[in-house]
Design a binder for this molecule. Structure first.
Ligand code: 5RP
Length: 229
């Protein structure tokens, strides 16, 4: 059921793509549907170029026959289409459940617009139920972890800070070779302050709060796809 909904949301975004567009291609299971459907349209003659937000998406897009480029060759993109882990009423997001948050944020920031595609399980009143992914440098992990824990305490976080691991129990490594700490806040009441405080920690590379970056979300419910603006 959920895959059907994700695909419906993805199809709505694909319907907005026109020839000539330069597109950021998101990461995750919902973005996979978008890339697959986009590939079908490319096979029918749609002329676009995509900038992938992860090695996984790059691999899938190549298999789907989507022409790819990067942000060294294209400095601005028309649109990024990506999934999200949480969407609040202002279209602020938590992303990074798939570990691609750094490239996702770089690509979204280089785009004139960002559309999020999701099923309705991602809608929340306030961000923070989903653990906030924080990408950190491997050097100085202990000190960085300590500094993040202090900020969590200050923001009345309700849970712990966990080093993300892969299936084999080893630390998960991002495409950029960094680690991810997942921070269980429960409810983030001051996302902008939290964002600034986290970015002030030298070992923090980026975090998964995407604030004021998304202009539209297609959210699939069992009763149809809703457009959130
Ligand atoms: C990856 C992401 C994903 O977009 C997010 O985790 C949603 O994934 P899915 O569509 O599989 O639920 O941010 O870093």
């Amino acid at each position: 059921m959920s895959e059907v909904l994700k695909r419906e949301a993805a199809a709505r975004a694909v319907a907005e793509i026109t020839s000539g567009m330069k597109l950021g291609l998101g990461t995750g299971s919902t973005a996979r549907h978008f890339v697959e459907l986009l590939g079908e349209r490319v096979a029918q003659g749609l002329d676009i170029v995509g900038v992938p937000t992860s090695e996984a998406t790059a691999h899938q897009a190549r298999e789907c026959g989507i022409p790819l480029s990067d942000l060294d060759s294209l400095d601005r993109l028309d649109l990024t289409v990506d999934g999200a882990d949480e969407i609040d009423p202002s279209l602020n997001l938590i992303k990074g459940g798939g570990g691609a948050l750094l490239r996702e944020k770089i690509v979204a920031a280089a785009s004139d617009a960002m559309i999020v595609i999701a099923d309705s399980s991602k809608i929340v009143d306030a961000l923070g139920r989903f653990p906030l992914p924080i990408e950190v440098n491997r050097f100085g992990l202990g000190a960085t972890r300590h500094a993040i824990a202090a900020i969590m305490n200050h923001h009345h976080a309700q849970g712990e800070l966990k080093l993300r691991t892969s299936g084999n129990g080893e630390p998960f490594l991002t495409d950029g070779g960094h680690l991810i700490l997942d921070a269980f806040f429960g409810r983030i009441s001051q996302p902008e302050a939290l964002s600034n405080e986290l970015l002030d920690i030298p070992g923090v590379v980026q975090h998964g709060l995407f604030l004021k970056m998304c202009r539209k979300a297609y959210v699939a419910t069992p009763n149809g796809v809703e457009t959130l603006l």
